[in-house]
Design a protein around this ligand. Structure first.
Ligand code: SF4
Length: 43
């Protein structure tokens, strides 16, 4: 099991390596099964 610090490090690594669209999840209907941006959504 990861410690909170390890989880934070992994999340930051994922954010920095990914090609995510910042905050895209704030502008959707949360219907991820039908979404074209799942690969670029950090949610
Ligand atoms: S994957 Fe889900 S949460 Fe992310 S933008 Fe698409 S619908 Fe929204």
């Amino acid at each position: 099991m990861l410690t909170p610090s390890e989880m934070k490090d992994r999340t930051l690594k994922l954010v920095n390596e990914g090609n995510f669209i910042e905050g895209i999840y704030n502008y959707c209907d949360r219907w991820c099964e039908k979404c074209s941006f799942t690969a670029r959504c950090l949610n």
